[in-house]
Design a protein around this ligand. Structure first.
Ligand SMILES: *Cc1c(COP(=O)(O)O)cnc(C)c1O
Length: 464
């Protein structure tokens, strides 16, 4: 494998060059769709091409179209970077190329996942007995957890969904806050639970599900029910009132599911853990490692307080497979919807080991403190109105009119200094900043605020 060593060393050096360039390159690339198609769209080669040439030319052709997401001035959506240990461990796991579906497909990576899952449970203050599965992201964590929920609420109603499917089953009511993340109804759709099963629950001005509205809604449903609450609304970062919601759901006999894609990480900080008080009362939790833990894509985790329902919903057996003895080693395919899969617990293991408890807490707190500074400094700029209580890492703001909001956002995006996306809040255009990258520094915040100050067309501003 002498050729592979040279190739991998070349690749490591190209990757390091890219990471080193993040501070200078524009956050959003300038290359157009046509340019990228022209650069990458060679005809399918008839014959082999030398691997170092493939990698070199790929890097060269792709680079003008690579977004600076890994760096500290990307504030779009909710995007983490990669802490160095996680990036490196992810490479190693790729080189090992284990099929991490079964213990027998990779004993060491199975144990690494077992350990990493236990660490996460501790860090996120979830019950010690909760089961877990490493999946591609929070989307699939919802699918996994809600499959367990579907199994349990129907079993409680005397219906075996594994045997009889959904046709003729008692209908399941799903109570969702108005500001639920789109991946929850999408997960339900994949599980055969359509939009008409959803009972919407009103939210307040920060996007939090209203507990009184939930109680009223629960009083109107009978039969199997699932309540999905949220820790960290995607625009405002707001947390639902988890203890009240858990109490209401529990009284009604509903399954309680929590979307904590990024917000659940507040539990890792002693200063912020109060925000997720009550989360431990839920039946299932979905979160991401590729957001706030800063491991490479794709990495999410589903946890379940009802391991029996979790396993019943996911486990699969075949004569040609080699299954671990029950209660002995961990076969990942018992807990997640994939069959063959990569060892995605390995980068999580490495991230947690390299950061430690204090490192994760510090990462989360630092992002939140950058967000607070963003809110304070943006608020001082002409024309800006900050719309949310900055309780976490999200800042939501707008200008006097939708046109002005669009115009300033576009100018900042085009400056290459920073990138973030727009949204609609309360029927009006707004701008969201999400600070989720371990690399974001004070100077990144300064540069970004500076870009907003420069983008506001002072001379043309209407007299106020
Ligand atoms: C990002 C996000 C999701 C979806 O997570 P993926 O990892 O993209 O699948 C779900 N809920 C919330 C609140 C999110 O922020």
């Amino acid at each position: 494998m002498g050729g592979a060593r040279e190739l991998l060393e070349l690749t490591a050096s190209l990757a390091a060059d890219f990471l080193d360039s993040l501070d200078e390159r524009p956050v959003f690339p300038a290359a157009s769709l046509e340019e990228l198609r022209a650069a990458l769209g060679t005809p399918l080669p008839d014959d082999p091409v030398e691997p170092t040439r493939v990698v070199r030319e790929l890097a060269e052709a792709a680079e003008p179209g690579v977004v600076g997401m890994a760096g500290g001035r990307y504030f779009g959506f909710v995007i983490g970077g990669s802490v160095p240990a996680a990036l490196a461990a992810d490479w190693l796991a790729t080189a090992w190329d284990q099929n991490a579906g079964l213990y027998v497909g990779g004993p060491a990576v199975s144990v690494a996942e077992e350990v990493a899952g236990g660490w996460l449970r501790e860090l996120l203050r979830l019950p010690e007995t909760a089961s877990f599965g490493f999946v591609t992201g929070c989307q699939m964590a919802h699918v996994t957890a809600l499959a367990a929920a579907r199994h349990r609420v129907l079993a409680n109603a005397g219906w075996d969904v594994n045997l009889d499917g959904l046709a003729g089953a008692p209908p399941i009511a799903v109570l969702l806050g108005e500001k639920v993340h789109v991946t929850v109804p999408r997960a339900l759709r994949l599980l055969g639970i359509g939009a008409s099963a959803v009972v919407p629950v009103a939210a307040d001005d920060q996007g939090r599900m209203r507990p009184d509205a939930l109680r009223e809604a629960l009083a109107r449903v009978s039969g199997p029910a699932i309540v999905c609450a949220q820790a960290g609304e995607v625009n405002t970062g707001a947390f639902d009132a988890l203890p009240e919601i858990a109490a209401a759901g529990r009284e009604a006999g509903a399954w309680l599911h929590l979307d904590g894609a990024f917000g659940l990480w507040a539990a890792a900080s002693p200063r912020l853990a109060h925000l997720v008080e009550g989360a431990e009362l839920f039946d299932s939790w979905a979160t991401d490692a590729h957001k706030w833990l800063n491991v490479p894509y794709d990495n999410g985790v589903a946890f379940c307080a009802d391991p029996e329902a979790h396993r019943a919903a996911m486990a699969v057996h075949a004569d040609y497979l080699v299954h671990a003895e029950p209660g002995a080693a961990r076969d990942q395919m018992e807990w997640n919807p994939e069959f063959s899969r990569r060892a995605r617990g390995v980068p999580v293991y490495a991230a947690l080991r390299s950061l430690g408890r204090s490192g994760v807490a510090e990462l989360v707190e630092r992002c939140c403190s950058h967000a607070r500074r963003f809110a304070a400094e943006l608020d001082r700029l002409e024309g800006v109105e900050v719309l949310n209580d900055v309780v976490l890492n999200q800042v939501l703001f707008r200008y006097e009119t939708d046109e002005r909001t669009d115009e300033v956002l576009r100018a900042v995006q085009e400056s290459g200094e920073a990138w973030m996306s727009g949204t609609v809040w309360d029927g009006r255009k707004a701008i969201r900043i999400s600070v989720s990258n371990w690399q974001t520094s004070d100077s990144d915040v300064d540069r970004t605020v500076g870009a907003f100050a420069a983008a506001y067309p002072t001379a043309a501003a209407p007299a106020r």
